[in-house]
Design a protein around this ligand. Structure first.
Ligand SMILES: O=C(O)[C@@H](CO)OP(=O)(O)O
Length: 200
């Protein structure tokens, strides 16, 4: 019996190129979400959770619309956030990023990620499949947590729009990383959202 959590970053949103924080999915984002829905259509989901932001909600509904028995629900624990601040271990290369982040945002992000781990990374009885549609940094934090990597390491983990990351726990065993940022369902022109173009 295995508990699977499928972590998916939302599709590209319409206003991303104008620097707006949220908005509906772009035409490319809608295609990403449809292909994700095709990919996931055979999974017997017990639950679909999504960040309350529009881009995540629309992505979740694109998947769930194909599964009449699944009702996607928003969770504030999956909201976009900055999980930690600059620490003595954080490489100096990341310093500019934190220039635009307040202490209050970091404190809130850390608390949110602590609560999210307590809520989702728990053993549930039986075979369980849960889909979480959320944001780049949130997925990075979950992966870091599963690997028990140093805190700052979330900054080195990036996921493409509608890339698929799977973590799983078998009865009595630790959480494992099954796959990271799997983009097999996305043609090259739809592999967006990574900091640099994927070289292969
Ligand atoms: O702004 C970003 O780069 C990330 C951070 O998590 O968010 P999103 O996945 O919503 O694009």
């Amino acid at each position: 019996m295995t508990h699977y959590i499928y972590l998916v970053r939302h599709g590209e949103h319409q206003d991303a190129e104008h620097g707006l924080a949220d908005g509906p999915l772009s035409p490319r984002g809608r295609r990403q979400a449809a292909l994700l829905a095709d990919r996931m259509s055979g999974v017997p989901f017990d639950a679909v959770w999504h960040s309350p932001l529009e881009r995540a909600s629309q992505t979740a509904h694109a998947v769930a619309d194909r599964m009449p028995s699944v009702n996607p629900e928003p969770s504030a624990l999956l909201f976009d956030c900055v999980p930690t601040g600059m620490t003595p271990e954080t490489p100096a290369a990341f310093e500019p990023f934190f220039g635009g982040v307040t202490d209050a945002e970091i404190e809130a992000g850390r608390a949110q990620m602590g609560d999210a781990v307590s809520e989702f990374l728990v053993r549930r009885p039986g075979e369980v499949h849960e889909l979480l549609i959320t944001h780049n940094f949130v997925i990075a934090w979950f992966v870091r947590e599963v690997l028990q990597a140093p805190e700052w390491r979330w900054m080195t983990l990036n996921q493409a729009h509608c890339g698929l990351t799977v973590i799983a726990q078998k009865q009595g065993r630790p959480w494992t990383l099954v796959s990271h940022n799997d983009m097999a369902h996305l043609p090259v022109e739809l592999r967006t959202g990574l900091p640099e173009a994927y070289p292969v």
